[in-house]
Design a protein around this ligand. Structure first.
Ligand code: ADP
Length: 589
């Protein structure tokens, strides 16, 4: 793990590195300067000494032995080694050597300063002395003693120890200065970093608190410097962020409200087929209890058609398909899946088409039923006509039978057409219903009168229990139609000597009209369906009694058009009670 270094540590390191670099570079530079200056100075000084010694040498006419004494004599006051070398390189005198030592000295003609002096008139060299084994600076000048005809080189040398000592002193001074500078840097960087890190740490803490607690207070802009600027920038950024978050949240709320108020189910999926959004309608349609973001579609809704749709949409191909839900009862869903542009994923919109498909089926069945119902009497009429034409007409005893059958079927056809017209008028909304508070008793009496003859023929009793003043919120013609159908059915389907009762009573704010018979009754499995068009419990029996299979469908439509409802219940010990519930128990004052 990399070492995490705070501002303080970094500042300290940088300052120390800076101090060291400055001390080192300055030291190297000054050392160069010092050495050069010291050497030049020593050189100039030695040149002066050499010239002095040369003057002495050229004007003092002594023997060779005296040259050594001369060297010794002048060396002391000038604090330098003085060597007198003959033109042949032999050392004639040297302040450091005498007697045997001097004579034992090797010839100095090969020394670079000597060579240069003889050649150029002056020689300067810096090297380790072969005789004294110390680093020396040599200055050599040629001389001539015309009296003796002696020529040679006078050389003045001084050890460079002093220059080295000066350099060492310089470095020592620099080391001391460096230590002080580092100390100062440590102090300064500690102070600066303490200030910096305290302010920055405060800023970081405040910013973290703002993020964690959602605290909307501003960061304190304590100074005008960069840190103050940083705090200001953070505050502006926080403001902008807050604004952006607020806008986003408004947008999100609006988006969610739209999605949640939709009747269509909406599912959104990412490219891994994981559900990222599912609205309330979709949960309801698919009977899913709670949301589980992140589940894959296959895990949550194992419907192959839906899965294929999503796979195609994710591949960029929009598609629509219908499938059945796994709920009971199953629902018919039309799903449209399309790829999500810019985002990698797909969106599926679910429409519940159960009702539409049911109505389509009913309409299809209705058309098929109508054709079938119409075709039967028409073909009977045609068959009978053919039989009559084929000769039955000539035989009056059978001709009458065929003509009567034609008449019956023509009546049935007429009844069918009239019921169909009626039902289509009601459905198209052209059957005008004007509801009002109307008295029920006169209508019931009229209906009972109209069936009385047939009832008498079947030796049936029809009883009325209708309070004379009770009124219902209804359309007179429609209510008459409803009651006629119910009473007519009761007479038709109840065997001879049966009993029929029509009762009207107030039930809270509603009026309940019942038509009870003691006929065969209706099995529970048929009860809910007998109000459908062409639904008959016993087709043969219905035809026999001249039914069309549309009567109860018309009753239901009309009752609902008057804001009422209809139903059937079993009677005791047998038979049926058909009821109609209408509004308005009594005429308001
Ligand atoms: P239909 O013209 O065949 O009578 P409806 O719609 O009036 O047609 O009645 C539908 C079916 O309900 C009838 O075919 C019959 O089987 C049954 N039904 C109606 N009323 C009664 C009743 N009072 N008793 C027994 N069955 C009845």
């Amino acid at each position: 793990m990399p070492l995490r270094m705070g501002v303080r540590g970094k500042l300290f390191l940088v300052s120390v590195a800076l101090v060291l670099a400055v001390v080192f570079l300055a030291g190297v530079y000054l050392e160069g300067q010092l050495v050069e200056w010291a050497q030049t100075r020593a050189e100039v000084e030695l040149q002066g000494h050499a010239r002095l010694v040369r003057v002495l040498l050229e004007h003092q006419q002594d023997g060779d032995d005296d040259l050594d004494a001369l060297a010794d004599r002048v060396a002391a006051p000038i604090d330098a080694r003085v060597t007198i070398i003959g033109a042949d390189g032999r050392v004639l005198g040297d302040s450091e050597f005498a007697g045997a030592g001097l004579r034992g000295l090797e010839p100095h003609g090969d020394r670079p300063e000597v060579i240069s002096a003889l050649r150029d008139g002056q020689g300067v060299a810096r090297r380790t002395s072969a005789s004294l084994t110390t680093e020396m600076l040599y200055v050599a000048l040629p001389f001539k003693r015309p009296g003796e005809g002696l020529e040679g080189v006078v050389r003045v040398a001084r050890p460079l120890r002093e220059v080295d000592a000066a350099v060492r002193r310089l470095w020592l001074a620099f080391a001391v200065a460096g230590v002080f500078a580092i100390g100062g840097a440590v102090l300064l960087s500690a102070l600066a970093s303490h200030y910096l890190s305290r302010t920055l740490r405060g800023l970081v803490q405040d910013a973290r608190r703002m993020v964690e607690t959602g605290d909307k207070s501003k960061l304190l802009v304590g100074s005008q410097d960069e840190i103050g600027g940083l705090a200001g920038s953070l505050n502006r950024m926080a403001d902008e962020l807050e604004g952006a978050v607020a806008t986003l949240s408004v947008e999100r709320t609006r988006f969610e409200a739209v999605l949640e108020s939709m009747d269509e189910g909406v599912l959104a999926l990412n490219q891994h087929q994981q559900l990222t959004m599912i609205n309330r309608a979709a949960l309801g349609l698919l009977s899913l209890s709670t949301e589980h973001d992140g589940d894959t579609l296959a895990e949550r809704i194992p419907i192959p058609t839906l899965h294929e749709l999503v796979v195609h949409a994710l591949a960029g191909q929009p598609e629509r398909r219908e499938f059945e839900t796994l709920t009971t009862p199953p629902r018919q869903i039309l799903a449209s899946a399309s790829p999500l542009r810019n985002l990698q994923g797909a969106v599926v919109v679910l429409h519940d088409v159960t009702e539409i498909r049911r109505l389509e089926r009913i309409r299809r069945d209705f058309v098929a039923n109508v054709s079938h119902e119409l075709r039967t009497p028409v073909s009977i009429i045609r068959l009978n006509a053919e039989t009559l034409l084929d000769g039955a007409l000539e035989r009056p005893e059978v001709a009458r039978k065929f003509l009567e059958a034609q008449m019956r079927n023509a009546d049935r056809l007429a009844a069918l057409v009239s019921d169909l017209l009626e039902i289509s008028r009601i459905e198209a909304g052209t059957y005008e219903i004007h509801c009002d508070f109307i008295r029920v008793a006169p209508i019931v009496e009229r209906i009972v009168d109209s069936v009385q003859q047939i009832a008498d023929e079947k030796h049936m009793t029809v009883r009325c229990e209708v309070p004379p003043d009770i009124s219902a919120w209804a359309d007179a013609e429609a209510l008459e139609h409803v009651l006629l159908n119910l009473v007519d059915n009761a007479v038709k389907y109840t065997p001879p000597e049966g009993k029929i009762a029509v009762r009207v009573r107030a039930e809270g704010e509603r009026v309940r009209i019942e038509v009870e018979d003691n006929g065969p009754g209706i099995e529970p499995r048929h009860r809910a369906r007998i109000f459908e068009r062409f639904y008959r419990v016993d087709k043969g029996r219905s035809r026999e009694v001249g039914g069309t299979g549309l009567g109860l469908a018309i009753v239901k439509h009309l009752a609902e058009a008057m804001d009422g409802s209809v139903g059937v219940e079993p009677a005791t010990p047998h038979g049926s009670i058909f009821w109609v519930l209408l509004g308005g128990a009594a005429e308001p004052e």
